[in-house]
Design a protein around this ligand. Sequence first.
Ligand code: SF4
Length: 367
Amino acid sequence: MHPGSPGTRSAAAGSFAGRLLAWWDVHGRKNLPWQRERTPYRVWVAEIMLQQTQVSTVVPYFERFIARFPDVESLARAGLDEVLHLWSGLGYYARARNLHRAARLVVLDHGGSLPADVADIRRLPGVGRSTAAAIAAQSHGRRAAILDANVKRVLARRHRVAGAASSAATRDALWRLAESHTPAERVADYTQAIMDLGATVCRRTRPRCPDCPVRAGCQAHAAGDPERYPEPAPRRKRRLERSRFFVVVDPDGACLVEQRPPDGIWGGLWSPPERAAGESVSGFLEQAGIAGRLVGEVRKAGVFRHGFTHFDLDVEPVYVRLRARPAAVRKDVGRWIDPGDHRLGLSTVAARLVGVTALFDAPKSGA
Ligand code: SF4
């Protein structure tokens, strides 16, 4: 192998990696909860949570999750509802479903130890090329290049890589650069260092170039146009959807929720029943098997908008207070939960809807 080819690149003082590591030794983040006790399981959970989510948001979720599921066995044994409950509010719930499925596979197929090989890690549900590399590098010290959003930004600017980062050609070019810069030594620190540089110095807007350890070779800095890179993906028109949510509350303040299908938006989470916009109260009650005579009061609340990655959802809440809880509701409609006293996963929208059932100032039982 010639110097600089994969596996031989060192973190020599003047190299990209060397300068980055020297900077990280002084300025890098070293006290994140998953760094304090860097086990493969903790690194894995952190890397999944960090996909599409900022460090500051992840930290409290990570700490709660690890307190409840300290190892892969406890996660594998848990029910999906509890896993989703601890994920509630973090978004992108397919990550939690995949993490749970993967934990069971690790226990069944790998004796409870996360594999060390990048290709084996990548076979786990929800783990892509960059995440597998980050886990292998940080927990096993394997030389493996990562390319998350922060790294894409740093490399696209430093090398003035044209084209949207989402295009295959640009992504391939960035992967080649990521591979070429990843050192054979201190790879765990390097992985953290380049992520830190992107998050704290080479920021999306107003990059702090004067403080940057790799500015000497940075083409975008030299050209004075770092914010042009990476080029944004062509804008897709956002679609707007609208749904009606029936927030049915019994005399004790318990709320009727149904489980969403396992895949898709909010897959596996629980929510007040969602129906087509404009669905009538009587139509919903009939479909749910709730007799109209049980209804005490109906209130429509203001519509609010919730944004997803590619579309917006206008939420029409309809609050229905019952005089008595029906003996049963149709099986496909769901179950009752006491607000704040449940162990189910709720989306942010569901939590907001359930949380305002106090609108009725529901009396306690016996009243
Ligand atoms: S010099 Fe500026 S644009 Fe270049 S990598 Fe550093 S912070 Fe980013």
